[in-house]
Design a protein around this ligand. Structure first.
Ligand code: AMP
Length: 440
């Protein structure tokens, strides 16, 4: 199928072709025709599959029939869980809508109110927003949602995870009941199904990938680590590897992200931190620096990294494993974007055995263990020998083993006990991998 078969109007088609897209991705091929017919959609698709265009192109088509609405009353509303994703969607809107005269506003927490009041005091076609600040504007009366024709909930599962359910319900209640709703989610668990039943009318279901599936273009590796110092030495080895173009390194806490970014910078790497405690201006600058290559290593927490779409990211490194198995899939989806291939490397020590087990069950495969000669772990995680590759990444073993001068004791205890998170929903494709901790 080609884009010309999708019945897009000339200005939208021209913009899409100028983006260099030749064929619609599978989610686009399925979602766009249904959305153009005005149907509600619930689409589950992996991150990086082209889902933004899947909802934005039909939304822009609606705007191709121009209507002059009143001030501060958009016809299209896109809700996203994070500011980064909202910025991403806004960029996509600009690209895909460049030949339409779309008046859009982005309403994000952490950004000055002044600009938002100004944008909302003018006629508007499209608003991209995070829920908290949008509610704020609704309460202040600076925004009118009574003319919304299409409501898009992007990464709706994440909005629920982040506790936005009530906000989403309040926002939807302020939109007309006969609106079209397009809901995109990576996971389809019970809570999501319930939300969908409440918000959608006879939705067309589009399931692009089974829950927990990961892209074949991303090579996944596990490095078993002994302690923090071992992780730091491995990290130093990996980031000096010639095959690494740009990497996102995930840490468990904001403080760890700052500390690790500082340590990497002090060792001469172009590194920066990205987390929710930074001002929006600083976050935008950092993402810009990543995009233009000024930053090579981004040390991030889960919330901040959501929505980052930078094609140069060749590696994702889970310096700390994520708390929730779903986040593993989102994290590694930061690499292997737009058809490129990528490498996702996870560090895990004995105390991570349970978290690792949950991830492996969720993605339905066990992560192949790699070792770097000279940096072998002294302890294992598994009772059975795992599939082990002794290929040195980047060639040579590290000769000079540097340390960052810190010990495991100096590190906050990681938060993972029992199955305190959400139900995973997906059944493991095989028997769960049994992971035992081995004492020395
Ligand atoms: P998304 O899943 O919307 O974040 O998109 C992931 C990446 O795929 C972005 O860099 C898009 O620019 C790119 N993309 C989206 N649709 C297509 C397409 N039909 N052909 C090639 N690249 C695309």
């Amino acid at each position: 199928m080609s884009f010309t078969e999708l019945n897009l109007s000339a200005p939208v088609l021209k913009a899409v072709l100028e983006c260099g897209y030749t064929t619609p991705t599978p989610i686009q091929a399925k979602a766009i025709p249904e959305a153009l017919l005005g149907k509600d959609l619930i689409a589950s698709a992996q991150t990086g599959t082209g889902k933004t265009a899947a909802f934005m192109l039909p939304a822009l088509e609606r705007l191709a029939t121009l209507k002059k609405g009143p001030k501060g009353a958009p016809r299209i509303l896109v809700l996203t869980p994070t500011r980064e994703l909202a910025s991403q969607v806004t960029d996509a809107t600009r690209n895909y809508g460049k030949y339409l005269r779309v008046r859009s506003a982005v309403i994000l927490g952490g950004s000055p109110y002044r600009d938002q009041f100004k944008a909302l005091s003018q006629p508007l076609d499209l608003v991209v927003a995070t829920p908290g600040r949008l509610i704020d504007h609704l309460d202040r009366g600076s925004l009118d949602l009574s003319r919304v024709e299409i409501l898009v909930l992007d990464e709706a599962d994440r909005m629920l995870d982040m506790g936005f359910q009530q906000d989403v319900e309040k926002i939807t209640a302020a939109t007309p009941a006969d609106r079209q709703t397009l809901l995109f989610t990576a996971t389809l668990d019970q809570a999501m199904t319930k939300l969908a039943m409440a918000l959608l009318k006879n939705p067309v279901k589009i399931a692009m990938a089974p829950q927990g599936s990961t892209s074949l273009k991303i090579e996944q590796r596990l490095h078993v680590t002994d302690n923090l110092e071992h992780k730091q030495r491995l990290l130093e080895h990996l980031v000096t590897d010639g095959s690494m173009n740009q990497a996102i390194i995930f840490s468990a806490t904001k403080r760890d992200a700052d500390r690790l970014a500082q340590e990497l910078s002090s060792r001469g790497h172009r590194a920066a931190a990205l987390h929710g405690d930074m001002t929006q201006g600083a976050r935008n600058r950092t993402v810009r620096d990543l995009r233009n290559g000024r930053v090579k290593l981004l040390v991030a927490t889960d919330v901040a990294a959501r929505g980052i779409d930078v094609t140069g990211i060749s590696h994702v490194i889970n310096f700390d494993l994520p708390k929730f198995a779903e986040d593993y899939v989102h994290r590694i989806g930061r690499t292997g974007r737009a058809g490129a291939s990528g490498t996702a490397i996870s560090f895990a020590s004995g105390s991570d055995a349970l978290a690792l087990q949950r991830i492996e069950r969720y993605i339905g495969q066990s992560l192949p263990q790699h070792v770097v000669p000279g940096l072998e772990p002294t302890r294992g995680l598994h009772p059975q020998p795992r599939r082990t590759s002794r290929k040195p990444q980047g060639g040579k073993p590290v000769r000079q083993q540097r340390t960052y001068g810190k010990t495991e004791e100096g590190r906050p205890q990681q938060r993972r006990t029992g199955n305190a998170g959400r139900p995973f929903g997906a059944k493991p494709k095989s028997e769960p991998v049994v992971i035992h901790r081995r004492s020395r």
